[in-house]
Design a protein around this ligand. Structure first.
Ligand code: ATP
Ligand code: MG
Length: 414
């Protein structure tokens, strides 16, 4: 038996209803906010991710699926979407049409991580990006849209946490203050954090090791080091969130794993998925487009992990049941059932039948199992009268109906 690869999952028919519901809800909500879909390739030049995400990040250091292809090109299966969307934005000069672009994407991402619940090697993200707006109203709008999406799914978890990571003017000052603080406690940090003390000291704040959490418990906070511009931006973002009733809390230890973030950063966090607590995350990236060779245009965006959203929704029923199951006895009735099924499907109903001539009892059992709303029973006697028995499965109510597809469709739609 050939099995799938560890960390690469099949999404089976019983699960796919939840996925489709998440995707449809995202498309519906995002389009109300003026977002259009962009579809980006899975494979990109490795340098795109090395340059944008940053060399000293977990993703670039150890999680990328990179290889040399037959043409000797160094390529990587995308570990996230923002870099590719911005590459496409610059390459196709989308900014020439309108400097503000609102784009969303959905699809698989690839990271070489240790597979566990809510963490896989192929996983899926739905993400959105806005370019061209410095004003904090857009920060509040993007966050509000994300919360609106979760509310539309009927979820009260996850909860929004925000922080500001400052800008190239104020972050270096904070970095030095944090380094001075960590220097006294280096021996208490995990190996990873000791190693990246020089290259990426901020990571010690969101390290999952309990030792690092304890050692950095009263570390200085970025929001106390913001320059006037960043402090004003953060205060205004909070003001707009409050104005529209989007609930949030401040998490001054949130540093995010990618280098390109500036100013507003955020996560949607849940207590229901163990260590995999971030369901969605994102932030502003005001320098990224210029870093990738484009014009100096700011951006902000997020990505959510679809597997984690699906886990939060898992108890709900999303399997589509037939409107009608047709049970037929005898060859002639079976052939009539087939004709009727095709006609009803063309009228827009979900219809199922038995193809193998099983007993009536086993056909009724299958109708139950599929949770059909109605069962249409066609027997010899009824067929002679061109009629059949239509049974509403929940109430048990039965009525004799003519074998006329449009008439049956009308009754089912009642
Ligand atoms: P984590 O801290 O859980 O590793 P991250 O900071 O690496 O998350 P991002 O790069 O910000 O995550 O990606 C955004 C979202 O994508 C995450 O909040 C999460 O829901 C999802 N995600 C990230 N990595 C994985 C993975 N390996 N498997 C499943 N979902 C993932
Ligand atoms: Mg990660």
């Amino acid at each position: 038996m050939i099995t799938g690869i560890k960390g690469f999952n099949d999404i089976l028919p019983v699960e796919v209803g939840v996925w489709q519901h998440i995707e449809t809800t995202a498309r519906r909500v995002f389009s109300r906010y003026g977002f259009s879909e962009i579809r980006i390739p899975i494979l990109e030049k490795t340098e795109l991710f090395a340059r944008s995400i940053g060399d000293a990040t977990d993703i670039v250091e150890k999680e990328m699926y990179s290889f040399v292809d037959k043409g000797e090109n160094q390529v990587t299966m995308r570990p996230e979407g923002t870099a590719s969307v911005m590459r496409a934005y610059i390459e196709h000069k989308l900014y020439a049409l309108d400097s503000m672009a609102k784009l969303y994407y959905m699809g698989p991402m690839f990271r070489y991580e240790r597979p566990q619940k809510g963490r896989y090697r192929q996983f899926h993200q739905i993400g959105a990006e806005v370019t061209g707006v410095n004003d904090p109203k857009i920060d509040a709008q993007v966050l509000t849209m994300l919360c609106h999406f979760f509310a539309e799914l009927g979820l009260t978890e996850p909860r929004l946490q925000i922080n500001s990571l400052g800008c190239p003017e104020c972050r270096p000052r904070y970095r030095e203050a944090l380094k001075a603080f960590l220097k006294e406690r280096l021996d208490r940090l995990c190996e990873d954090c000791q190693r990246r003390y020089e290259t990426n000291p901020l990571r010690a704040l969101d390290c999952k090791s309990a030792h690092c959490a304890e050692a950095t418990a009263d570390a200085p906070a970025m929001i106390d080091y913001l320059c006037a511009g960043c402090a004003e931006h953060f205060a205004a973002t909070r003001g707009y969130l409050e104005q529209v009733g989007t609930e949030y809390s401040i998490n001054s230890r949130m540093v995010r794993g990618l280098d390109y973030y500036t100013r507003t950063t955020f996560e949607l966090v849940t207590g229901l998925l163990g260590a995999q607590s971030a369901v969605a995350a994102g932030g502003r990236y005001d320098g990224l487009i210029a870093d990738l060779g484009g014009p100096a245009i700011p951006g902000i965006g997020f990505a959510m992990g679809v597997e984690r959203v699906a886990l939060l929704l898992k108890e709900r029923e999303f399997v589509v049941s037939p409107d009608i199951y047709i049970a037929a006895m005898g060859e002639e009735a079976q052939s009539e059932a087939f004709r009727l099924m095709c006609a009803l499907q063309r009228l827009g109903l979900a219809v199922e039948m038995d193809y193998d001539g099983k007993s009536l009892k086993s056909q009724m059992r299958r109708s139950d199992k599929l949770k059909a709303r109605f069962t249409l029973i066609i027997g010899g006697d009824e067929l002679a009268k061109r009629s059949a028995m239509l049974k509403a499965m929940e109430s048990g109510h039965q009525e004799e109906v003519n074998l006329v597809p449009a008439a049956i469709a009308l009754i089912v739609a009642r």
